[in-house]
Design a protein around this ligand. Sequence first.
Ligand code: FAD
Length: 681
Amino acid sequence: MKSNQISRRSFLKGMAAGAVAVGTLGAGSALAEEKKYTPGTYSATVRGMGDVTVTMTFDETSITDVVIDAAGETQGLGDVAAEKLREAIISGQSAEVDAVTGATVTSTAVKEAAGKCIAQAMGVPFAEETAAAAAAPKTKWYDEAYFAKPAPITDISETIDTEVVVVGAGNGGCIAAVSAADLGAKVVWVEKNAGPITWAGEIGAYNSKLMKEKYGIEYTQEELNEIINDICRYGSYEVDQRLVALWVNESGRTMDWFVDKMAAKGINTFIETDMKDTLYMNKVQTHTVYQGEFKELGPNFMGSQVANPLWVEYADEMGVNRLFEHTAMQLVQDESGKVTGIIIKRNADGKFIKVNASKGVILSTGGYGGNPEMMEALNYRDKDVICNNLGCAFAQGDGIKMAMWAGAAIDRNHAGGCAFDRAAINLDHHVGAPYDSALTDIWWPGSQPWLNVNTKGERFANEDLPYDFHINSWLRQPGKFCYQIFDSNYWSDVNAFHTTICSRVVAVPGARNSEVLPGVFPCKSEEEFYNVYMKPALESGKLKQADTIEELAKLLGMDDEAAAACVKSVERYNELCDKGIDEDFGKQKKDMTPVRKAPYYGIAIGEWLLATMNGVRVNRNLQAVNDDDEVIGGLYVVGNDMGGFFNNSYPQMYGGTMQGKTTCFARLAALHAVTGTIEEA
Ligand SMILES: Cc1cc2nc3c(=O)[nH]c(=O)nc-3n(C[C@H](O)[C@H](O)[C@H](O)COP(=O)(O)OP(=O)(O)OC[C@H]3O[C@@H](n4cnc5c(N)ncnc54)[C@H](O)[C@@H]3O)c2cc1C
């Protein structure tokens, strides 16, 4: 664009800013006495959730009164937002006010209606598009100023030539770097921290050699197809089915490589729980399915805590040029758009290094869960409900941004997040941004299907849901969290529930190796359960204990009315438990355990975000593609930076899918970059 040309978006922004300048001249300003309104009362109606009518009164220089009729908006949300907007419009003397979080539709309608009233009072035509631009929610991620491709870094202090560059030393980067080196490529491995990330444990995979030879399990293609379709169904089929099928069908062979590599380092991989143990035993049991393979660890250790340092060891043995404490900044492209390298910054002195990559750059920087602006723009479900994003701090969206700057397309589907329903909230802490993980603790039994009530003391859902669905059920509740209520029969309860995947707190009957992880996972006695989970939560003050439900409700911060409702909810729940059928929400019978034996316990639980799920679009070779599905040559994207695989909710029934597809695709990306095919030689 020529400098004297102005983009449509800049024009609209300018117009909006102009409108703000006029509108914000209020009493007290030197120019405020300038007559700009025809005094009177003006009204405008705009469609929000229902009709929103704004009526504004003006004198010659200012807005003197605002009345908003938002009776058709969501009770407890839109009407509350309307009051905040009314105050903001009067104090700001403008329609250009911040939208109220969680009430974007109402906010947009109020702002547009207010803009129309101002236009009438000023006697100017109301420009729909200008008002729309001004009223549009601020999605900074797509804002040109925020998203603008940065000027190319030119003050390069050093140049390195290599074949493959891998960015990120997390679960994807470790596999990609060692795979590429294993395939004979010259590799530069960039990581902004001093060492690898070691979150995560369970890796999903199907039909590995280990599975067949050691455990005698083999899935038929029909069974694999059922899994493929179920994962797609979780995403309403708004996913790239080619990627889902690729993972389900190819994960076994990539796991073979993983298992062999770990075995050579003396680590024994085993299958923890298998779908055939659980899914087919009890199809309706929502918390049960886990199919995965992961490594044998010491007590309390999870998969990548042991594996990732070993991948670093491998990389060093293979002569990988490991540039840790270096931050990837920008991709380098040739005139055709092909990615030919990357510019990285040495953290120690801020100097820039250009790394030429003749075979490709593989990005695996962990998504954007630590970047509030990207969360706001790309993840509206999670941004308001998260209270802990421990594990996402380094995920600043760098890989996604770099790929976009290079022309790659991203998912626009607000894919939600992969999350645990296990953050214990401080009672005086809010849910939603800014996320302050320090104000929450991990409450592992958060996934146990005990009675849930909201801040009004009311039961509102079937509590026995996979983690993401459980969190979704809180989204419509005031405060977007819930209280979990249980009694002194907690030990027999959790044994009746016997949840699986990583939510389990006792061994899963009939499942292979279910008891193998000691420590924070399966407890063998009530005493152990009390000491591992209950005691620390009681000591931190987040878990409350009381002799009556009413007292407990008040300790949890409920007022008299809510506490009385909570007592009623418990009575009703106990009645349903006695009947043996949940007439209210359809929870399965085995999880209907009454709340009768004092002392009673309660805790506020919220979402703990583990990983974001939408990202850069890729093809079956893990190459980044643009909006027309054309390959951006030389660029591969895996892990949480990669999109297309998930939508709405994480397919929690298939525990280990995140790390499973990260592991598999990191290997396949390395294969393609080095050999030109994803097939093993
Ligand atoms: C507590 C926790 C438990 C989990 N448990 C499981 C589980 O059991 N099973 C499962 O399937 N999934 C699990 N997950 C999710 C899983 O960890 C992720 O999906 C997976 O790690 C993604 O791998 P990745 O390589 O994309 O990102 P990460 O493993 O997060 O690695 C990204 C790396 O990139 C680095 N980086 C970022 N930006 C730059 C830059 N500009 N330059 C250089 N380096 C950069 C980061 O420092 C980081 O080291 C869990 C997540 C958490 C937080």
